[in-house]
Design a binder for this molecule. Structure first.
Ligand SMILES: [Zn+2]
Length: 638
């Protein structure tokens, strides 16, 4: 980093040294703790300065330093080492810096013998996501895997850490993190403790002004820290969100047991166009829009996001596959069970919010119908099972391209719907004795926690917990590529799922709508995706083609293209003009009848007492008897 070792080194506390060789052998870890110091002298530079001080024994030379290539919960090689700069190593008592030998894109060896070593570097961060650093004049979000170089090898991974956090000079930036605070003397910077490297990397650190609320739920103290200006336009605000999160966590805990951590922190950052969350053992990082509080629908989505991430504290972090028992931060970690982590959580995030009374029945059913329509619009669901989609997440879900909709399926989307079907099947077959949450609760109890985890074949575990044979279900919907029978599952709770088309009523004499089987880039004329087997595919249209005219009349975008399809009949031939790589082309397309664009959830009037009781048990509200309860319109494909 090109600065002298003197002044800064003098301020540091003396390093702990091992009591003896015996002590070191017993603990089998680097002489602890690793002392990190994070400082942000000028946040506008988007840089965090990092120092790591540690004692290196003869047994540990040459010291190997590693940077994570990815972060648990987000299955993509991100190569965080690319953000590291100005890396230097100094040993106490040595005038010259130690040589650093880079041995891979993310590993360095510190040359030289044992001693007290101080590593210094800077990390650039200007990407506001939950799995990258973001440092600017407004705040700093520090994501552990993208910040901390750590000593490699088993011993390095087990070393405890201490982190001193120094905010920008002259700014009072409170810190929100799940790291355990260390009592600090007045006037000194806040310090935190990490049990080991996994813990250190699992606890994001946020510096900046937040609206902080504290409450108790799920048997644990909870903090909600909201950063970013937000608009308050209706009955929803941060106080209501804290109240609702308390109810959601209580609803989850009532079935799964107390939160499997001592305390829990929701970090919520608000920024236009942002959305997403990342789960951790005792916290979650979440991003949403500043306008999320403006309408009921966006507020429900926000509550669902936070419900999702805290559910992961039980399922996904505490309970997880053996394949994720000890993360290898340097390469892809494969499992066929991401459907269990994400599908189960996607199902219970909204159901928990419904059961807690945070979202109404109509909203719950509308989202269910919408997801059903979205699933059926993806040809790739017939090419990847949930297990295959899980295994390939690293190169499919997290590396989306124009062909993904034809080659894979989201284990969130299909996983959530398959879990809904399984839940309703378990309730029906067991006479209401068993439901999916009781199965997950048993898995949490029996397989959750450090050193445990479930094997890749979870069917026997589900069967044991449910007391039912689930062979056919797993063969068809988990290992196989069949669509879940959601209409059949909903019939068991007295509901019908009625497909239709938006704006189409046969009694008006209108023709059923037709389609081309393609998606467009954001309302424009350029093709984003072509669905396998659809009219556009048969006619040889490609992603990237820009459709400029239908039957020789110009169109200016998606809505005009849709208009030109109105009134046509399936089998009709239309002529498209398009630009392909800048050259004008003509193309004939034979249109097909469009798949449904609207799904309505209707209360089955013939629902008997069994169906009505199951509805009540499931959604915590009486079966409405008759009538349309919810409808979802889908506008994805043309
Ligand atoms: Zn998730």
């Amino acid at each position: 980093m090109g600065r002298s070792t003197g002044a800064r080194g003098a301020r540091r506390p003396p390093l702990d040294r091992p009591q003896s060789c015996l002590h070191r052998r017993v603990t089998a870890s680097l002489p602890a703790p690793l002392r990190y110091r994070l400082s942000i002298p000028r946040p506008e530079s988007h840089l965090v300065e990092v120092e790591l001080a540690l004692h290196v024994d003869a047994a540990d030379v040459p010291l190997r330093l590693e940077m994570a290539a990815w972060c648990p919960g987000s299955y993509l090689i991100r190569d965080y080492a690319r953000y590291v700069r100005d890396l230097e190593a100094h040993a106490e008592g040595e005038a010259e810096p130690r040589s650093l030998r880079q041995v891979s894109k993310r590993e360095w060896l510190v040359e030289g013998g044992p001693g007290d070593i101080r590593i210094s570097y800077r990390v650039y961060g200007h990407e506001l996501t939950v799995r990258s650093n973001h440092i600017d004049g407004g705040h700093a979000y520090l994501h552990g895997p993208a910040v901390f170089l750590f000593p490699g090898g088993e011993r390095g991974r087990e070393a405890a850490g201490e982190v001193e956090v120094v905010g920008p000079p002259g700014r009072e930036w409170p810190i929100a993190t799940a790291l355990e605070p260390i009592a600090a003397a007045p006037g000194t910077s806040p310090r935190f403790r990490a049990r080991d490297i996994d813990h250190l990397l699992d606890c994001p650190i946020h510096l900046g002004p937040v609206d902080r609320r504290e409450f108790e739920a799920g048997g644990r103290p909870i903090a909600l820290a909201v950063w970013g200006r937000h608009e308050l336009g209706g009955p929803f605000g941060v106080a209501e969100l804290a109240r609702d999160l308390g109810a959601v966590v209580d609803a989850h805990a009532a079935r799964l047991g107390p939160l499997p951590c001592e305390r829990y922190t929701f970090l919520l950052m608000l920024s236009p166009g942002a959305y997403g969350g990342l789960e951790h053992a005792s916290s979650s990082a979440n991003l949403s829009s500043p306008h999320a509080f403006n309408s009921a629908r966006s507020y429900y989505d926000l509550a669902e996001l936070l419900s999702h991430e805290v559910f992961h504290a039980w399922n996904g972090v505490h309970l997880r596959p053996q394949a994720f028992g000890k993360f290898d931060y340097g390469r892809e970690n494969y499992t066929r069970c991401l459907w269990l982590i994400e599908g189960v959580t996607s199902y219970f995030d909204r159901l928990g919010a419904r059961q807690a009374g945070v979202i109404p029945v109509s909203h719950y059913l509308m989202k269910l119908a919408e997801e059903w329509g979205r699933l059926l619009a993806v040809p790739g669901r017939l090419r990847h099972s949930l297990e295959e989609a899980s295994f390939n997440a690293w190169v499919k879900l997290y590396k989306p391209d124009e062909s993904n909709l034809n080659t894979t399926v989201s284990y969130y989307l299909k996983g959530g719907l398959v879990m809904c079907a399984l839940d309703l099947e378990l309730r029906r077959r067991s006479g209401g004795e068993i439901d999916l949450e009781s199965v997950i609760a048993r898995l949490v109890r029996e397989y959750g926690g450090p050193g445990r985890g479930y094997p890749e074949d979870v069917q026997p575990l589900f069967e044991q917990a449910a007391g039912l044979d689930l062979g056919e279900f797993f063969t068809r919907f988990i290992r196989g590529r069949e669509d879940p029978d959601l209409p059949g599952a909903l019939a068991a709770v007295g509901l019908e799922l009625v497909p239709g088309w938006d704006g189409f009523k046969p009694e008006d004499g209108a023709r059923p709508p037709v389609w081309l089987g393609l998606t467009l880039h954001a309302g424009g004329r350029s093709i984003a995706g072509v669905l396998d087997g659809g009219p556009a595919d048969r006619a040889g249209l490609s992603p990237g083609d820009e459709i400029i005219a239908v039957n020789r009349y110009q169109i200016d975008g998606e809505s005009e293209l849709r208009q030109r399809l109105v009134g046509r009949i399936a089998g009709e031939r239309i002529e498209l003009a398009l630009f392909r790589r800048g050259r004008l082309e003509q193309c004939e397309v034979v249109v097909d009848r469009a798949p449904p664009t609207r799904y309505e959830v209707v209360a089955a009037p013939a629902a008997g007492p069994g169906e009505r009781r199951r509805f009540q048990d499931w959604l915590g509200a009486p079966h409405p008897g008759t009538g349309a309860l919810a409808a979802a319109s889908l506008a994805g494909t043309v």
